[in-house]
Design a protein around this ligand. Structure first.
Ligand SMILES: NC(=O)c1ccc[n+]([C@@H]2O[C@H](COP(=O)([O-])OP(=O)(O)OC[C@H]3O[C@@H](n4cnc5c(N)ncnc54)[C@H](O)[C@@H]3O)[C@@H](O)[C@H]2O)c1
Length: 277
């Protein structure tokens, strides 16, 4: 390990084109890591807001390179295990190793509309199966690159506390994010003998493409006017309305650092007290 903590290490990050995934890429690069950044860079039909674009992913490349680190950025869909394996393997041809897996890609649909069965299956496929796929394609290389290694799964406060929602999207999101806690603990206990740590982070609302869009603005306006919807009961305990992606990167950087060397199997809220209200 070099003076920057992560020098010589490589992080594989999904959903890295914008938002939290980009913030994690830039933060870990600033600590010395090289990055394999993967993002779908395409919309998913059942969503009510756009995913990131190829130019968003290019901006992540620019920001990581500005930190003086190497980055390989590729289009890939976490729902497709075989496709994701090809993308990961392509990244490994130039990066050669992986030490950190950040399973961060995710989608949501909190507003009404859409075909409920489709909304449900797309959210489960991305947010739950997609995390399983992400870990599965990279784990053999993580082991080979060891000893040790780190996996951080991005769940949500929704993985710790359900908020009322009559919509398939809200229900699928909570089911997937809660399922990730089980997957995280299962992986943590399985991989602990190899010194591989596995933890999850559980953010409250964060400024990103998922929240700063027309669909969410509509829900916020409805809630502010006294309307009852999926977000009307969502409030933090600490006096902050919404967190910055870099706030979550702080927690991720800690979890993958040596300062957290005995922390595994932990579901860490980064939620300004949302879950204790
Ligand atoms: N923003 C919030 O308020 C909030 C709160 C709690 C948890 N989260 C979680 O944080 C994670 C990051 O989200 P964000 O806030 O940065 O939102 P975001 O929408 O800005 O970023 C998510 C990224 O994932 C990508 N993506 C979507 N589907 C994909 C797929 N099938 N394959 C590969 N990439 C895909 C998108 O293109 C996008 O770049 C998600 O798992 C989300 O559920 C977000």
């Amino acid at each position: 390990m070099g003076s920057n903590g992560l020098t010589g290490k490589v992080a594989f990050i999904t959903g890295a084109a914008r938002g939290q995934g980009r913030a994690h890429a830039v933060r870990l690069a600033s600590l010395g890591a090289d990055i394999l950044a993967v993002d779908i860079c395409a919309d998913i039909d059942s969503m009510d807001y756009p995913n990131a674009t190829a130019s968003d992913l290019e901006e992540t490349v620019r920001l990581v390179e500005a930190e003086g680190r190497k980055i390989v950025a590729l289009k890939g869909d976490v729902r497709d295990m075989d496709g994701l394996q090809r993308v990961f393997d392509e990244g490994m041809t130039s990066l050669g190793r992986v030490d950190i897996i950040l399973a961060n890609a995710g989608i949501v649909r909190l507003g009404p509309g859409g075909d409920p069965a489709r909304v449900w299956s797309d959210i489960i496929a991305t947010n739950l199966t997609g995390v399983f796929n992400t870990v599965s394609v990279a784990l053999p290389k993580l082991r080979e690159s060891g000893p040790g290694g780190n996996i951080v799964i991005t769940s949500s406060t929704a993985g710790l506390r359900a908020s009322p929602s009559p919509e398939a999207g809200g229900q699928a999101y909570t089911a997937a994010k809660t399922g990730l806690v089980g997957l995280m603990k299962q992986l943590a206990v399985t991989l602990a003998p190899e010194g591989i740590r596995v933890n999850s982070v559980h953010p409250t609302g964060v400024k990103s493409g998922m929240t700063m869009n027309e669909a969410m603005a509509g829900l916020m306006a409805q809630a502010a006017a006294g309307g009852d919807n999926t977000i009307s009961a969502m409030q933090n305990a600490l006096p902050v309305e919404i967190l910055e992606p870099e706030d979550i990167a702080d927690a991720v950087a800690f979890l993958v650092s040596d300062q957290a060397k005995w922390i595994t199997g932990v579901a860490l809220p980064v939620d300004a007290g949302f879950c204790i209200r």
